[in-house]
Write a protein that binds this ligand. Structure first.
Ligand code: SF4
Ligand code: SF4
Length: 393
């Protein structure tokens, strides 16, 4: 991607603010759409993070938060399937992070993203005791989930994952369900399932695809999901659908917390099981070894990754948008779409999202609905619709 001065957008440099840690490089199930195993380079990594790498990681982590006087440094434990690392290692890691907090004053919230199959009472005790929040991957009801998320023997995993999800919500554990959208089904099917499980906090993520692919249209699904979200929260907040609340936040000019929505730099740092440091994990969608760097936590501080060409290229690509996106009225809210969805073999990241038409239609739909619902309060207390306010009413 060519980035000239006029094309370049200035975002303030800041230290790495969160860490994705791959504690296991293998998985115990076999999802058909998994981006992780699209990259054969992951098989070169150790299956699990060793005690030696963990110790070095903790050292670098403490150096990092102390050097930049961070008050908050979230860590996401990831895989493959991170629970393969074992419950004792989770306790060890969380306890060590508590030590870092007591010495530096920096909070280190720990989250884990899991397929849930291994969750049992011992894991629940660990999550609860260590205040580890859990994102569980479950694609709504069984007929949707089991189409893609299977065991290595080809059977569905839904029953095991639903059981785990219900166990999680029965305890004092922060839980979010992560589903991947299958636009062949309705958002109502997902919403009904999550409501039946007692899960009020969930995301339905856009399926991963690059510009070289031709994924199905997703706008009708997300427009329907937006209607459901609006209805569920009309009087009091009852359900948080992350992608919808993020898109609404971005549309009204706020910073969306997740990286797939809004125009902002992608600055994630991924530590692999062997201590190597990589660019954005999901960029491995672009193929073998795409995220590899020469950096590792034994020779480098965490923030050194900012000088790594591949990491910088991904970071720059996340903020320097293609011509079409720069002209788009939703540029700030959309940000060109999720970075991996902008990749093509021909142009790198210099493309609008493969879902551009859908995203445009989703934002347009949201905007027109919100304009009917939002109001501003005049100095005399009168409430007027934003449309009238914009027209000078
Ligand atoms: S659970 Fe996650 S890592 Fe494992 S196969 Fe499925 S998508 Fe891949
Ligand atoms: S809607 Fe399309 S053109 Fe507009 S910012 Fe998003 S990807 Fe770019």
């Amino acid at each position: 991607m060519s980035v000239d001065a006029s094309n370049s957008v200035a975002f303030q440099e800041q230290p790495i603010t969160q860490l994705l840690v791959k504690v296991a490089a293998r998985c115990n199930i076999d999802c058909s759409y998994c981006y992780w195993f699209r990259d054969a380079a992951v098989y070169d990594k150790p299956k699990l993070m060793s005690a030696e790498v963990l110790q070095q990681l903790l050292l670098r982590l403490e150096q990092h938060v102390a050097r930049y006087s961070l008050v908050d440094f979230p860590v996401i434990l990831h895989g493959g399937e991170p629970l393969l690392w074992g419950v004792d290692n989770f306790h060890r890691f969380a306890e060590a992070c508590e030590g870092v907090t007591s010495r530096t004053g920096c909070e280190i919230p720990i989250a884990v993203t899991t397929n849930g199959v291994l969750i049992d009472d011992q894991w629940l005790d660990c999550f609860e005791a260590r205040n580890i929040s859990v994102a569980i991957s479950i694609d709504g009801p069984a007929h949707i989930h089991d189409a893609h998320r299977k065991t290595f023997q080809g059977t569905g995993t839904h029953a095991a994952v639903e059981r785990a999800a219900r166990m999680l919500v029965s305890r004092d554990i922060g839980v979010i369900a992560l589903a991947v959208c299958n636009p062949a089904y309705t958002p109502q099917e997902y919403a009904d399932f999550f409501a039946a499980c007692g899960i009020a906090n969930y995301d339905i993520m856009i399926p991963d695809a690059t510009v070289d692919e031709k994924p199905s249209s997703i706008a009708p699904f997300y427009n329907g999901l937006f209607d459901l979200w609006l209805e569920a929260n009309r009087t009091t907040p009852t359900s948080n659908v992350r992608i919808i609340s993020d898109m609404v936040a971005a549309l009204i000019g706020n910073n969306a917390p997740t990286e797939g929505v809004g125009h902002k730099p992608v600055e994630l740092c991924t530590v692999m099981t062997d201590g190597t440091v990589e660019a954005h994990d999901v960029l491995r969608i672009a193929g073998d070894g795409f995220t590899n760097t020469r950096f590792n936590i034994f020779d480098h501080a965490i923030d050194d990754v900012r000088n790594e060409p591949r990491w910088k290229a991904a970071r720059d690509a996340s903020v320097n948008l293609c011509e079409k996106c720069r002209q788009c009225k939703f540029m700030n809210a959309c940000g060109g779409g999720y970075l991996p969805h902008r990749f093509s073999r021909k142009n790198g990241f210099d493309n609008p999202s493969v879902y551009c038409d859908d995203l445009y239609s989703m934002f347009e739909n949201m905007q027109s609905v919100l304009e009917r619902h939002l109001y501003v309060r005049k100095q005399d207390g009168e409430r007027i619709g934003v449309r009238s306010a914009a027209a000078g009413g």
